[in-house]
Design a protein around this ligand. Structure first.
Ligand code: S3P
Length: 188
C-alpha cells in the first residue's frame, strides 16, 4: 500500500532530499514548472531569515546553529500545499526533521554515485562542509554516514547518476501521480 493510501491527508507537496550536488534545486524547479507548484529551497529560506549567507552562518555561529535554523524553517512550512521543496543535504541528520519532512508530503531521495557527486560539487566552493584538506574523502564519509538517514526519510528514491535532469523529473512526476492518486498523466 502506498503512503498516500495510509495517510490520505498528506499534503500535495514534493520534498527533495539528497546529498549536495544531487540535483535537488534544478530538478525541483523543473517539477515546479511542470506542476505549476511553488518552488522553495530551505537553504535560501534560512539565508533570508538570518540575513546571512550559509558560509557566514557556519563561520559566525557554527553548524549546530545552522541546523536549528533549518529545523525552524521546516516547522514553519507545516500547512503549505502544492509546493516543491528542495532541502539542504544535511537536513536528515537531525532526527526530528525526518517525521517533519514526511508529514509535509512525498519525500524523494535523489541519489548519485560519489564520483559524480564529487565532480558536481567541485564546481563551486560555497559549501562550508567541504572546505577541508581532502574534500573527496569528506564527501565519501558524509555520504556513508548519512545514507541510513536518507533511506529512512524517503518515500521514493531516484538514482540520477546517468540520467538527465529532465528524466529524473519525469520519474518523480510518475511517482507523484501514483502517490497522490492524481488522474493519469497526459503525454504528448
Ligand atoms: C549541507 C548542504 C548544503 C547546505 C549546507 C550544508 C550539508 O545544501 O545546506 O552547506 O550538510 O550537506 P545543498 O545540499 O543544497 O548543497
Amino acid at each position: 500500500m502506498s503512503d498516500a493510501a495510509q495517510n490520505p491527508d498528506l499534503p500535495e507537496n514534493i520534498i527533495l532530499i539528497g546529498f549536495m550536488g544531487s540535483g535537488k534545486s534544478t530538478v525541483g524547479r523543473m517539477l515546479a514548472r511542470q506542476l505549476r507548484f511553488r518552488f522553495l529551497d530551505t537553504d535560501k529560506l534560512v539565508e533570508e531569515r538570518a540575513r546571512l549567507a550559509i558560509p557566514e552562518i557556519f563561520a559566525q555561529h557554527g553548524e549546530a546553529d545552522f541546523r536549528e535554523r533549518e529545523t525552524a524553517v521546516l516547522e514553519s512550512l507545516r500547512g503549505v500545499r502544492q509546493h516543491i521543496l528542495a532541502t539542504g543535504g544535511g537536513i536528515v541528520t537531525v532526527p526530528d526533521n525526518i517525521p517533519l519532512l514526511r508529514s509535509l508530503g512525498l519525500v524523494v531521495l535523489l541519489k548519485a554515485d560519489p564520483d559524480e557527486i564529487f565532480r558536481r560539487v567541485s564546481r563551486n566552493a560555497e559549501r562550508p562542509l567541504l572546505q577541508v584538506e581532502d574534500p573527496r574523502r569528506r564527501v565519501l564519509d558524509l555520504m556513508a554516514t548519512r545514507q541510513p538517514f536518507y533511506d529512512s526519510a524517503a518515500h521514493f528514491t531516484v538514482d540520477s547518476t546517468r540520467l538527465r535532469h529532465e528524466d529524473v523529473t519525469e520519474k518523480i512526476l510518475d511517482e507523484a501521480h501514483r502517490f497522490f492518486h492524481w488522474p493519469a498523466r497526459m503525454r504528448a
